[in-house]
Design a protein around this ligand. Structure first.
Ligand SMILES: Nc1nc2c(c(=O)[nH]1)N[C@H]1C(S)=C(S)[C@@H](COP(=O)(O)OP(=O)(O)OC[C@H]3O[C@@H](n4cnc5c(N)ncnc54)[C@H](O)[C@@H]3O)O[C@H]1N2
Ligand code: MOO
Length: 409
């Protein structure tokens, strides 16, 4: 496995006034591909090609029948011959061992190699078969019904470009090109640490009291959707030493650690301070956006750490805006590929604030409907959130029909 270390030097200033686009530029610099690995085709689905795929063979690798019928010599037809002696049969995987001579034909099935000497296939519907003789009664068909060797592509030709995501269609192409393995970008390994004395694993709050941790599993799923290999999640109390120990353990086998909660200025908000003795190098902290202002990002050695605010709606908003591009970049897709803004009309009016604002919206045929009742701590309306809409700082009141930038979740 080739391993590329994250080489970017973090030297950007970290003012609280850092804008969204400036923060994204830092993310794009940090999120360099991690390295490549070779995977079997069966395991390559949804991976990103680090190298192009070239055909190892001609496709098809020999001249094949395109229809069921009889292989004959085109020259015989040109010379006026209409009756042929059938001398054998050809099937896919079982070619006819005999070459065709003048006045001869071979029964042939779609996909079977064209016998030596033959250069066209007469479809069986046009022929009259009597014993071992086959006769063409109508006029000479225009089509030869032969799939020529290399007519799809030639050996050595590029059939899949580097950077392509391996989907089912790409697997058809790679398989047809006789690839056994593909060189893909390594998937970023992701761990989540959620911190909070009040948090308990989901399903245990009714018995133990406390607040269900609603982010750990969600963030791991989101990471997987953006190409990561999720490793696991840990729930930690608001204790700086415990948080530091958990982070050190998590960083041992993760490329990216997501720290959830403890990001702002409370007495027990330890996310950044706990990692300082581990050598945390902060790339930015606090971005002038709403919600999610406390988002931060940094590096410990060659590992990345993304800090999310604990408020769930803010955390999911920031995860879509910062985690997705980080993972896209680390995984070889390019950070920007995760931020495809689409100009969309607002179905109903809405208001922006002083900071650049991102609001959850449902999508319908008429456009984006900003969901009512949003706050950074809301959770249940995430069930209806298809997308985020982006309102510039100081946007004020925007009437229905205004065109805004929309990003699908
Ligand atoms: N003086 C200031 N106070 C706050 C600021 C600030 O700038 N100055 N920022 C506010 C903003 S904005 C947000 S967002 C929150 C973020 O706070 P933290 O990241 O420190 O998060 P916590 O304090 O740990 O938790 C906040 C809230 O979220 C709940 N939470 C946390 N983790 C989870 C989880 N995994 N699952 C479900 N719920 C979670 C937690 O119980 C709290 O209710 O700070 C503001 N304050
Ligand atoms: O900016 Mo915080 O993340 O809104 O509540």
């Amino acid at each position: 496995m080739k391993h590329v270390r994250i080489a970017t030097k973090i030297d950007a200033p970290c003012p609280a006034t850092l804008g969204f686009d400036a923060a994204q530029a830092i993310i794009a610099r940090l999120a360099q591909p991690l390295g490549t690995e070779s995977v079997r085709l069966a395991k390559a689905g949804r991976r990103v090609l680090a190298e192009p795929v070239h055909a190892a063979i001609d496709i098809p690798c020999q001249d094949l029948a395109a229809m069921d019928g009889f292989a004959v010599r085109d020259g015989d037809l040109a010379a006026g011959l209409r009756r042929f002696a059938v001398i054998g049969a050809a099937y896919p995987g079982a070619p006819c061992p005999r070459a065709i001579g003048a006045g001869q034909a071979v029964r042939i099935m779609t996909g079977a190699p064209i016998p030596a000497g033959a250069d066209r296939v007469l479809v069986r519907e046009l022929l009259c078969l009597t014993g071992d003789t086959v006769a063409l009664t109508g006029r000479i068909p225009a089509r030869l019904h032969v799939r020529k060797r290399g007519s799809d592509t030639r050996a050595g030709a590029e059939v899949l470009r580097a950077g392509k995501s391996v989907d089912a269609r790409a697997l058809v192409v790679a398989s047809a090109a006789d690839a056994a393995r593909l060189t893909v970008w390594r998937r970023p390994r992701v761990r989540v640490i959620a911190s909070g004395d009040e948090l308990v694993p989901a399903g245990e709050a009714r018995a133990r009291g406390g607040v269900p941790d609603s982010l750990s599993d969600a963030l791991l799923l989101m990471a997987r959707q953006w190409g990561a290999a999720p490793v696991g999640a840990t729930l930690v109390r608001d204790d700086e030493a415990l948080l530091r120990a958990a982070a050190a353990t998590a960083l041992a086998d993760a490329d990216l650690l997501i720290l959830c909660g403890g990001a702002s200025r409370g007495d027990r908000d330890f996310a950044k301070s706990a990692l300082t003795p581990l050598g945390l190098d902060i790339a930015f902290a606090d971005v002038a956006i709403k919600p999610g202002k406390p988002v931060w990002c940094g590096r410990v050695g060659d590992k990345l750490v993304l800090g999310l605010p604990g408020n769930p709606m803010a955390a999911m908003t920031v995860a879509r805006l910062f985690l997705a591009p980080l993972l896209a970049g680390l995984g070889g897709r390019g950070a920007l590929s995760a931020l495809r803004w689409e100009a969309t009309p607002l179905v109903a009016g809405c208001s922006g604030g002083e900071r650049e604002t991102f609001l959850c919206a449902g999508l319908g045929p008429e456009g984006a409907l900003v969901l009512p009742g949003q706050s950074a701590s809301a959770q249940c309306l995430l069930a209806s959130a298809d997308a985020l809409v982006r309102l510039p700082a100081g946007a004020g009141d925007l009437p229905a029909g205004s065109m805004i930038d929309m990003l699908r979740f």
